[in-house]
Ligand binder design. Structure first.
Ligand code: SF4
Length: 62
C-alpha cells in the first residue's frame, strides 16, 4: 500500500493525523509528515484519513 499526499493541496490542518495517527502526524513546525508505505493492516485508518481530509489531498495506491 502506498500513500500519496498532494502537498500543493494540503493545508496542514491535521485531520488526517487525528484519523490515522499511525500514518500521519504533524511535525514541530505543524507541517504534515507521513509514512508513504504503511502496513496493509492500516488501510482502514488511511481510508478514514482520506475521508476527513477537507481538500482531498490524500490518495491511496494499492
Ligand atoms: S487532512 Fe488533508 S489537508 Fe489536512 S494535513 Fe492531512 S492531508 Fe493535509
Amino acid at each position: 500500500m502506498k500513500v500519496v499526499v498532494d502537498m500543493t493541496l494540503c493545508q496542514d490542518h491535521g485531520q488526517c493525523a487525528i484519523a490515522a495517527p499511525e500514518v500521519f502526524r504533524m511535525d514541530e513546525d505543524s507541517k504534515l509528515v507521513f509514512d508513504a508505505e504503511p502496513d496493509g493492516s492500516l488501510s482502514d485508518a488511511v481510508q478514514d484519513a482520506i475521508d476527513v481530509c477537507p481538500v482531498q489531498a490524500i490518495f491511496l495506491e494499492r
